[in-house]
Write a protein that binds this ligand. Structure first.
Ligand code: ZN
Length: 401
């Protein structure tokens, strides 16, 4: 079965000028043509869908979410929601995420392996949701604040324990490993600038993932933690708030991607006056806001590849609103809208190692795409308010209207 989407404006994920009078041809789950309509002969029997005036982009790939957190003002309140209910709520949130055009997510830490259950439910077709790559529990040294997210961390200290913790996540089905290289700002007592795992422990985790051809994502705000994670050979640095020249140099040398998750702090400050957001989160964020923006700018200017990650699930950072991260990058002047779409599609696919299958609109890739109303070369706001249809592997998820 061949479906043709004609009269489209095509944004293919490579960052060039959007292609007018374009055509996208899908056979079953795969793209067989994406380009100028006059370069393609329409086969007889193909179903033609006119999308005049609308833009087609590759399905968005969010490289950093927490699928079983619900955006509660105080994330500690999640501990009072029982795991079975949390799993069902997670399934609901994954459906919302997909309907908003996010066809793939990388889940960077979940409580009690809820992530594996919901991923299986989606893959078996019980519920709708994006393609999921997930880490299981976050591997962390014994640290103050970890209990704030009860069940989300697997504490382990020293190379032997860390190896065991890594193997446990891989045994449970982890697609990559998530590790704490520094402290965090979203728990009381966490010091974002402070080093956590040492190089020897990080290397063990990278080694265990590497045996299976998998990668490691390191949570790292502080300068030395970023350097340690880069030296150990992680694939992505999450947050990167206090990156210095040495960290930038190492990331460039080793082709490490930055996933800034800027919107997480933005949502906390935006909602600071509402009841429920813990004071320590507000205070730590106020101290970091400017330096985070400056670090992202500096990294981009230096040529580091930046990938889309929203940290969805954290305070007021609700699932489905993930694209706010890209919208903020444009508003803050980090990059232009078409470049931000690249970061949310092709570069995100590279960051999580799936660029051979998804991330662009071109022949041979899986047919994950989103139809949007509006001119995305001017603003990315339509990604939140004007998504018209979403397709995952060629299958229409939400109805085109
Ligand atoms: Zn996170």
């Amino acid at each position: 079965m061949i479906n043709l989407y004609k009269n489209a404006v095509l944004v293919d994920g490579y960052g060039g000028t959007p292609l007018e009078d374009a055509l996208l041809a899908i056979e079953n789950d795969t793209i067989i043509f994406a380009g100028k309509a006059d370069k393609y002969e329409i086969p007889t029997g193909a179903q033609v869908i006119d999308v005049a005036g609308k833009t087609i982009i590759p399905g968005l790939i969010d490289c950093h979410i927490h699928m079983d957190l619900h955006g509660m003002a105080n994330t500690n309140d999640e501990n009072h929601v029982e795991d079975k209910l949390r799993s069902i709520r997670t399934a609901h949130n994954m459906r919302k995420t997909l309907h908003q055009g996010i066809t793939t997510i990388r889940n960077a830490g979940s409580v009690n392996h809820i992530d594996f259950a919901v991923k299986a439910a989606i893959e078996q077709g019980w519920v709708e949701g994006p393609r999921i790559f997930t880490s299981g529990k976050i591997i962390s040294m014994t640290a103050q604040g970890n209990d704030y997210f009860n069940g989300m961390y697997r504490e382990a200290d020293g190379p032997d324990e860390v190896r065991k913790a890594a193997r446990e996540q891989l045994k449970a089905g982890a697609d990559f490993l998530k590790v704490m290289a520094t402290g965090a700002y979203m728990n009381p007592g966490g010091v974002p600038g402070a080093v956590q795992y040492g190089l020897n422990e990080l290397e063990v985790i990278v080694d265990e993932a590497g045996k299976l051809g998998l990668h490691v994502a390191a949570h790292a705000h502080g300068t030395q933690g970023i350097i340690n994670a880069a030296m150990a050979g992680v694939k992505t640095i999450e947050h990167g708030s206090f990156i210095d020249d040495r960290g930038i140099e190492l990331m460039l040398e080793k082709n490490i991607y930055l996933v800034p998750t800027y919107v997480a702090g933005y949502r906390i400050l935006e909602n600071a006056k509402k009841s429920g957001v813990p004071g320590f989160m507000i205070e730590k964020n106020q101290g970091m806001r400017k330096v985070r923006a400056a670090s992202i700018k500096k990294a981009i200017e230096a040529g580091i590849k930046v990938a889309f990650g929203s940290d969805a699930g954290t305070s007021y950072n609700c699932h489905g609103l993930n694209a706010m991260e890209l919208i903020l990058w444009v508003r803050e002047g980090f990059m232009g809208p078409l470049q931000a779409i690249c970061s949310g599609t092709r570069i995100a696919a590279e960051a999580i190692g799936v660029e051979d299958r998804i991330g662009t609109l071109e022949k041979g890739k899986l047919a994950d795409f989103v139809i949007v109303e509006g001119d995305l070369s001017v603003s990315l706001d339509p990604l939140l308010d004007s998504v018209k249809a979403v397709y995952k592997e060629g299958k229409e998820i939400s109805v085109l209207n």
